[in-house]
Design a protein around this ligand. Structure first.
Ligand code: PLP
Length: 373
């Protein structure tokens, strides 16, 4: 049975070429030795990879760092930022729960004040509210571009344009939009943008990317630099690497990075446009089904569509779909607690459409969904 994979928001399917790149690297490690293979791949791992990610985000390679996940990137970087006591922080309604947990710890340790940028009926971010409430004491604004629960698209460029009026740092969690929507950090005007390699980019698990603006980098208090970036005579540290790489950990999954390098290459060649039609078809047809309640239906969405089915737990719905060869996912409302606080259910069914899903596969998925209902 061939599988229709609509769980790219969990992890996208790697292409045969990406799998081949990873296994060629691993085979080489097994014959030549891991450190020796790393030396052979020096150009790819230390230069091409950074150039590719930089091109994707329209930035310089020195602003790019690689991590093992989006959360590791986001948390390890923001952990190096000194939040002033009582700092004022804004978050989006789409905020990912791990980010909120981080801010809650800072409420305890630094007494920061976290305010939620309200939504309107048309937009997940009320930009008029932002204009009215922005002030010089705003320290940081954090927005999840697309939440993990559905395809709501936050207007990050418009928000960035307003935030330029204030000294606030601007952080974008692009985990669900990286590889799905165009992300240009010059347009967004953000200080930090993070994402995972495994989702819409269709890279391997264990890879995360961060863009760090020179402004943010200069404000981070380095509490550590690993040995790819620093050395010591035992008493004094000498940091030899400039740019976002100083934030990385030296030991990485190099095979994952080789796979990510290929996935970035493929994305640059293919673009994301291929998924637009199957996504529109799927969403349009799901809206017609009276047995489903679509999440955040009033907002413009992309790539992900979620629903609560009548009379069947989402976990059971997803298990039935899997038996029929359709990969959906039972999303957890607690992962996007602000946006889904009124959902009235702990879980929902999430369908996410990667760029290689065809219209035919979207039709097959709809057939299977109707069969379950
Ligand atoms: C919006 C958002 N941010 C962050 C993450 C965390 O990504 P990772 O699992 O790579 O840490 C996710 C994961 O699903 C997500 O959906």
């Amino acid at each position: 049975m061939s599988i229709v994979h609509l769980n790219t928001a969990g992890a996208g399917l790697m292409s045969p070429r990406t799998v081949e790149a990873i296994s060629a690297f691993m085979s080489r490690e097994a014959t030549l030795g891991s450190y020796e293979t790393e030396l052979e791949y020096d150009e790819l791992l230390n230069r091409q990879l950074y150039r590719r990610a930089a091109r994707l985000l329209n930035t310089e390679p020195g602003t790019i760092g690689f991590f093992s996940s989006a959360t590791e990137a986001w948390v390890s970087i923001l952990s190096k930022l000194q939040f002033p006591k009582g700092a004022r922080v804004w978050v989006s309604t789409s905020e990912y729960a791990a980010n909120l947990i981080f801010f809650n710890y800072l409420k305890q340790s630094r007494g920061i004040r976290v305010e939620v940028i309200p939504a309107t009926d048309q937009s997940p971010l009320d930009l008029d509210w932002v204009e009215r409430n922005i002030s010089d004491d705003l320290f940081l604004v954090s927005v999840s571009h697309i939440p993990s629960c559905c395809g709501v698209v936050n207007p990050i460029e418009a928000l960035g344009a307003i935030l330029r009026q204030s000294p606030a740092l601007y952080v974008v969690d692009a985990c669900q939009s990286l590889g799905q929507l165009t992300l240009d950090v010059q347009d967004i005007q953000c200080d930090l943008l993070t994402g995972a390699g495994r989702k819409f980019l269709c890279g391997p698990r264990g890879s995360g990317i961060a863009y760090v603006s020179p402004r943010l980098l200069s404000r981070l208090a380095l509490n550590f630099a690993d040995l790819h970036a620093a050395h010591t005579d035992g008493l004094i540290n000498h940091v030899a690497v400039s740019g976002a790489r100083v934030l990385e950990i030296a030991e990485k999954s190099f095979s994952a990075l080789v796979g990510l390098h290929n996935a970035l290459d493929e994305y640059a060649q293919e673009g994301a446009a291929m998924a637009t039609e199957p996504y529109a078809l799927l969403t349009g047809e799901l809206k017609r089904l009276p047995q489903l309640r679509l999440l955040c239906d009033g907002y413009a969405q992309s790539g992900i569509v979620s629903f609560v089915p009548d009379g069947m737990p989402p976990q059971e719905f997803v298990a039935r779909a899997r038996e029929l060869g359709l990969n959906l996912w039972a999303g957890t409302a607690a992962h996007t607690p602000l946006l889904l606080k009124d959902l009235g259910a702990t879980h929902f069914v999430r369908a996410s459409v990667g760029r290689r899903v065809s219209v035919h596969q979207a039709e097959l998925a709809l057939e299977k969904i109707r069969q379950i209902l």
